[in-house]
Design a protein around this ligand. Structure first.
Ligand code: TC6
Length: 697
């Protein structure tokens, strides 16, 4: 027996208790212990076996940290087959989250009971793999093909009640997993219940798998795991035997396990958790937050207020006039109505949030008691300074003053107050109640407990918070402006915005950069270009076609025209026929003879620009670790999760090849393509961005 599984015999029942905190992952020790436990139960003359987990959950899945390493015997598939083959009656009693390999162990048990709050599912597709321990063969046998396909290809967990309805479990009972499991096992023994192996059940019904495969591939925007998992379910329906289906599942599982997508998604899983665990915040207590102020009730401010209200905070919304305040309330109410529609809050909660938790104000003194004030006013330094000077006067000592600026210098904003140590950037992404990313921008004098409070607020609002240092655009927008510039250069040289958007959605981005620009509003980039214009280096290639669009009053979706034309009531846009002429005029002005680009070249240049700037951001300490950049791009910029983030992509692709391409591009434009010193260093050392992650976490 191993330390991770405790063995006891209680009457005729052998009890196997998993003790592998925090989530009873099915690592080597647990698998070894379960295998030995089944054997011992049989040797001891037990009549039944109960499997359950100590602590907060039944098995939450295979141990993801073992992925990519040689699998030590017993592997999970063999263990599941051995459990199912036992002549004893095996009962699993579930609580917490029975996920992935956990649910597969339960499905290889002969009977399943769960507490009402238990959740179960096969989320493997989110890790770039498929249920590889018989889950694709056993789940459709108990739940039917459609229900199993839904759970396996979406990875969505379901609650115990639904699992009971679907025939996945046999009983739902309130109580402790150990007690209800023991009682159920005894009841089965008393009733003379037979051993019941799911593998012996008839094959499930086939559907039109080929059509479904195409749909899943399209929906996954290049993510392979859902469509591949479907092929394994197909084998459950069509293979000659259960064993043949298991064999096919294994082959498909290994294909995915060895894929780059698995590496990308596992990186995303761990980085998502590591990103807010900063070594510098260990042991630092955040300040208490109950009342927050939001200044400016436009789309951004209303979104921030909505997120804060939904997390249980009281919000004072400050606007310039009563009319503007009423309009802000209308926006917040609209957002909250959405939450009612999605079943997140009840109509009563809606009333309480809009009428009790939200206060409207037009006078700064209303913010005197706020624990934190978020400024979301016009993106102009002079305006921000007026706001912060007033806040400094009215806010109580210890109140945190936060700016939602996307680009401006937080040190300069802090310097106009007498409490720069209490000033921080909290950069939300629009719509702020929906988008997951929060950049916590730490200025030179921001005190550490204010940083900890920024992260605590992010957690309350259910955000992925990333620490960023001060520079123009912080982590995300700084990298965006570089890869967007690369896209503009490719247009000057012969590509079209539409080809670039197509190539990048082909890479897996949710949208291409020109569709994104239309969505965000072309005036934002225009304002930023004008702001930076006086400081531009003469060697920088700056196109004029984006400015021309704005000068003609086309700001993207909000004006109905940008790179695309948007018709009311229609989703998406069609290429704007006026854009090619603007681009051609710009090329003529610069005397550029356009050339052809392949989609591969477009993607490679774009990604090299992104990686190079990201390496500068890490090298300069604006992001502390490569994973901070990866999570920023994943949660705020539509980067495909299955690629893990730009720096994980770079590691997989090979840093030396990327650097070589950057040096080759530099022969055309040595100003734009200055290689990042950190990238050069990593290549020289033969190390990777992931090595840096490990050193700094
Ligand atoms: C599978 O089973 C494949 C089978 C086929 C094989 C042939 N392994 O998320 P939390 C860690 S694939 C290792 O903060 P929560 C996590 O990193 C797997 N570690 O807690 C964190 O560590 P830290 C299918 C794991 O309460 C700590 O546990 N299963 C694993 O918010 C706490 O995690 C899944 O995909 C693991 N499987 O949520 C489930 N799981 O403290 C993945 C967690 O060092 N897990 N850790 O940062 C989850 O979805 C959630 O962790 C949760 C608990 C819902 C179980």
């Amino acid at each position: 027996m191993s330390n991770a599984i405790k063995y006891e015999k209680i009457g005729d029942i052998a009890v196997l208790t998993a003790q592998n905190p925090p989530v009873n992952a099915l690592g080597f020790d647990v698998r070894k212990g379960l295998l030995a436990g089944i054997q011992q139960a049989e040797d001891d003359g037990a009549k039944a076996v109960l499997i359950y987990g100590d602590g907060r959950t039944y098995f939450a899945g295979a141990d993801i940290r073992e992925f990519g390493k040689p699998m030590l015997d017993p592997g999970l598939p063999d263990l599941c087959n051995r459990i199912e083959a036992s002549p004893l009656i095996v009962v699993s009693s579930m609580h917490g989250t029975a996920l992935g390999g956990g649910l597969e162990v339960a499905l290889s048990s002969h009977y399943r009971i769960a507490v009402p709050s238990a959740k179960m599912g096969l989320p493997e597709v989110h890790l770039g793999i498929l249920p590889g321990a018989g889950g694709t063969q056993r789940l459709p046998r108990v739940a039917g093909t459609e229900a199993a396909l839904d759970m396996i290809t979406s990875g969505r967990p379901i609650k115990a009640g639904e699992a009971l309805e679907k025939g996945i479990i046999d009983r739902v009972t309130e109580g402790e997993p150990r007690e209800i499991g023991l009682a159920y096992a005894q009841e089965l023994l008393d009733a003379g219940a037979a051993r019941r192996a799911v593998g012996d059940m008839p094959a499930p019904e086939a559907i039109d798998f080929d059509a479904r495969y195409e749909t899943l591939l399209k929906k996954g925007r290049g993510q392979l795991s859902p469509a591949t998992a479907m092929r394994a379910v197909q084998a459950a329906c069509e293979a000659d035997s259960f064993e043949a289906g298991i064999k096919r599942e294994r082959e498909l599982f290994m294909e995915l396990m060895n894929s780059d997508q698995r590496q990308g998604m596992v990186h995303a899983f761990f980085s998502e958790r590591a990103v807010s665990k900063l070594p510098e915040l260990k042991g630092v207590a955040p300040r208490a937050l109950a009342d927050i102020g939001v200044i400016g009730g436009g789309t951004m401010g209303a979104g921030i207020a909505t997120a804060a209200l939904l997390s249980g905070l009281s919000v004072t919304m400050l606007e310039m006039t009563d009319e503007a305040a009423a309009a802000a309330k209308g926006r917040i109410a609209g957002n909250l109505q959405g939450a009612v529609k999605r079943g997140k809050i009840s109509a009563d909660q809606f009333e309480a949030l809009t009428n009790q938790s939200l206060t409207l104000a037009t006078d700064y003194t209303s913010l005197a008691n706020a624990d934190l004030v978020m400024e979301a006013v016009f993106e102009e330094m002079s305006v921000k300074k007026i706001v912060f000077t007033q806040l400094d006067e009215v806010c109580k000592p210890g109140a945190i003053l936060a700016t939602n600026t996307s680009y401006l210098d937080v040190n300069e904003i802090a310097a106009c107050t007498k409490r720069p140590e209490e000033v921080i950037g909290l950069h939300f992404f629009s719509p702020a109640h929906v988008m997951k990313l929060l950049e916590v921008v730490v200025a030179d004098k921001t005190s550490i407990d204010v940083v900890a409070t920024g992260f605590a607020l992010g957690k309350m609002l259910n955000k992925i918070s990333v620490r960023a240092g001060v520079c123009d655009g912080f982590i995300g927008n700084r990298i965006l402006s570089t890869y967007r510039a690369c896209a503009d250069h490719m247009i000057l040289d012969g590509a079209s915005p539409y080809q670039i958007d197509k190539a990048l959605t082909g890479f897996g981005f949710a949208m291409g950069p020109f569709a994104v620009a239309d969505l965000a509003g072309l005036d934002i980039g225009w304002a930023s270009r004008k702001r930076l214009s006086p400081t531009r280096d003469a060697r920088e290639r700056v196109p004029s076609f984006p400015d021309k669009l704005c000068e003609d009053g086309h700001f993207g979706q909000k004006t109905g025209k940008g790179y695309y034309v948007y018709e009311a009531g229609k989703r998406g846009g069609t290429p704007n026929p006026d854009v090619p002429a603007l681009i051609e005029a710009n090329r003529a002005e610069l005397e550029i003879a356009p050339r052809d680009f392949t989609d591969e070249e477009i993607t490679r240049r774009y990604m090299c620009a992104m990686v190079n700037e990201a390496a500068k951001v890490v090298g300069e300490g604006i992001a502390q670790r490569p994973l901070d950049v990866d999570m920023t791009l994943l949660f705020g910029y539509g980067f495909p999760r299955y690629r893990g983030g730009p720096l994980k992509w770079a590691d997989i692709e090979g840093l030396d090849g990327i650097l070589a391409d950057i040096m080759a591009y530099a022969k055309e434009d040595d100003y734009f393509w200055q290689p990042a010193p950190l990238l050069q260093q990593l290549v020289a050392d033969g190390s990777t961005f992931d090595d840096l992650n490990r050193e700094n976490s």
